[in-house]
Design a protein around this ligand. Structure first.
Ligand SMILES: [Zn+2]
Ligand SMILES: [Zn+2]
Length: 383
């Protein structure tokens, strides 16, 4: 069993040594070494990158429950000066994945002494959550096929919500989102003779205007799910007064409460990008980055989280609306069919996630551990 001091030390050590998405080799090795004391029945490494899965088998048949943590940190310079600050310039754990790893490690220590009675429990450490690529890579890894769970659960610490309080809802918990990159190609010319070239300037403005109007256009199609579009970047030509521009790029983040709403956003964005560029005689190329499906909680998964809160005397609230931020955990609930993600309050005064002064609150480790353990007991029972 790991006590709170050991778990806090583990968390701070992980915080001190952050690694970016797809580069979590040493973090995975640290967890792998820690778990070598926990007598799991199977260890699966390098799943979808540096992903790890530790399997604890019960003696009777039953369902498989997967509990997920993330391995990666962010490209953010830490401004805290405490002893466990990041030793890597420009990289730090600003989403609390260090804390999530400590919580799931605490479960490993418990399962090393108390096995599931039925079915099996998988403790999973996924890579590259921040880019939206890690969960999909892990789930699509052929070696993950025998590990596909019946239930999947995860938590995310959540600044702004009372410390130690859970927020959860059935249905969409995190919105779908994706980055769209629209490249417009015309032809440069001397600025004195713009008529010899083909400038994408006006088409670029129209694309930006159309993107900004997409949420109303989706509504006009009768789709009730809320959508948001944020134009995040635009560039036209080069900084040169002697040259009329020949290329432009527009980037925006599309966001929707459902995957269906996202599909409509994508269809409309592509339609308007194609229309405006064709009218101007330009070429267009469209691609996507950071694609997140909506993370959807099943009704049973939601109810089990509520039951876990009651069983552990944890305050909870049922959210009216989903979190607007995205999470690739939805890939696990999509294959498991049952499961839920929930938020665990990090306090009203905590700096927000992804902010340079953020740090995970270690007092959440026992709360998260107790909630997950209760979920495991509900589904798999423990010896
Ligand atoms: Zn994050
Ligand atoms: Zn996160």
């Amino acid at each position: 069993m790991l006590n709170q001091d050991q778990l806090t030390q583990l968390r701070k050590n992980l915080h001190k040594h952050p690694e970016l998405s797809h580069q979590e080799r040493q973090t995975a090795q640290r967890i792998r070494t820690l778990f070598s004391d926990f007598n799991s029945d199977e260890v699966h490494e390098n799943l979808g990158g540096y992903g790890l899965a530790f399997v604890f088998n019960g003696s009777q048949p039953g369902p498989t429950t997967l509990i997920r943590s993330e391995l990666d940190a962010l490209p953010i310079q830490e401004i805290n000066d405490f002893a466990h600050r990041s030793i890597t310039d420009g990289v730090s754990h600003k989403c609390g994945h260090d804390g999530h790893m400590a919580i799931v490690s605490a479960l490993g220590a418990v399962l090393s002494q108390r096995k599931p009675v039925k079915g099996r429990v998988i403790l999973c450490f996924q890579p590259a959550e921040e880019t939206g690529a890690g969960a999909v890579d892990m789930v699509n890894d052929s070696r993950f096929a025998p590990l596909i769970p019946d239930y999947a659960f995860a938590l995310h610490n959540y600044p702004g919500l009372q410390r130690g309080k859970v927020a959860v809802k059935p249905g969409t918990f995190n919105c779908a989102s994706r980055g769209i990159v629209i490249q417009l190609k015309g032809k440069t010319s001397h600025a004195a003779h713009p008529e010899d070239g083909l400038s994408p300037a006006l088409a670029m403005c129209k694309v930006i205007e159309s993107l900004s109007q997409l949420p109303q256009a989706v509504k006009a199609q009768g789709i009730k799910d809320r959508c948001w579009v944020t134009v995040v970047h635009a560039k036209l030509g080069e900084v040169a007064f002697g040259t009329a521009p020949g290329e432009a790029v527009v980037m925006a983040t599309l966001r929707s409460e459902t995957n269906q709403g996202m599909q409509t956003l994508v269809d409309l964005a592509e339609h308007w990008a194609n229309t405006h560029t064709q009218q101007a005689g330009l070429q267009v190329a469209i691609h996507y980055d950071d694609v997140f499906q909506a993370s959807v909680n099943s009704e049973e998964g939601f109810q089990r989280v509520v039951t876990a809160c009651r069983n552990t005397d944890t305050h909870y609230q049922v959210m009216a609306d989903p979190m607007r931020w995205s999470e690739d955990f939805g890939q696990f609930t999509a294959v498991a069919k049952q499961g839920a993600m929930f938020a665990l309050g990090a306090g009203e005064l905590s700096p927000q996630l992804h902010n340079p002064d953020y740090d995970f609150d270690d007092s959440l480790i026992p709360v998260g551990k107790a909630l997950f353990l209760d979920l495991i007991k509900q589904i798999n029972e423990l010896t």
